[in-house]
Design a protein around this ligand. Structure first.
Ligand code: ZN
Length: 171
């Protein structure tokens, strides 16, 4: 396809994102919300932070569970926060799993491929510019405007393929 591919190199033995990366996600989100006049309320921020810790998609219920320490956080509140994060371009909803991941490439990114590993459950996001052009050409023929297109691909990640992936990891 001759496309320019951007993807991440991460430590496949650790499904958790390092703290510094989670912090970077939050800083980027704060800046984006400020620029766009969006409110990153405490619950929205907490949901984004929790989501950012994992490389595996999380459901609203799981997130509500994680956030309910000391004080119960209702799943409906988490849903609303997730809806905001998705519309703000800070998170992505994985339709096939009814679960969410952070948007790794930021709100301005084009067509994203979500690589969903059936072995370890890790989701990696990659951008594919060549694919952008192909999709735009195809959808333009029927006057269809896509918004933040997302393609879910199921398969096996490199570490599961080579069997060196150790899913247990201390965060
Ligand atoms: Zn895997």
């Amino acid at each position: 396809m001759g496309s320019q591919v951007h993807t991440h190199v991460y430590d496949p033995s650790c499904p958790k994102r390092p703290k510094a990366q989670v912090q970077a996600v939050l800083v980027r989100a704060e800046r984006h919300c400020e620029e766009q006049n969006l409110r990153l309320t405490p619950i929205r921020r907490r949901v984004l932070e929790e989501l950012g810790r994992e490389r595996q998609p999380m459901s609203a219920y799981l997130l509500a569970d994680r956030l309910s320490q000391g004080r119960t956080v209702a799943p409906v509140a988490v849903y609303r926060a997730l809806e905001f994060l998705v519309s703000a371009g800070l998170a992505r909803r994985i339709a096939s799993k009814s679960a969410y991941v952070i948007c790794e490439h930021g709100p301005a990114s084009g067509t994203a491929l979500l690589l969903i590993c059936k072995g370890c459950g890790v989701v990696d996001e990659m951008l594919c510019e060549g694919l952008d052009r192909v999709l735009n050409r195809a959808t333009a023929q029927v006057d269809f405007a896509t918004h933040r297109p997302l393609i879910e691909l199921e398969g096996e990640c490199a570490s599961c393929t080579s069997r060196y992936g150790a899913p247990d990891c201390v965060s």
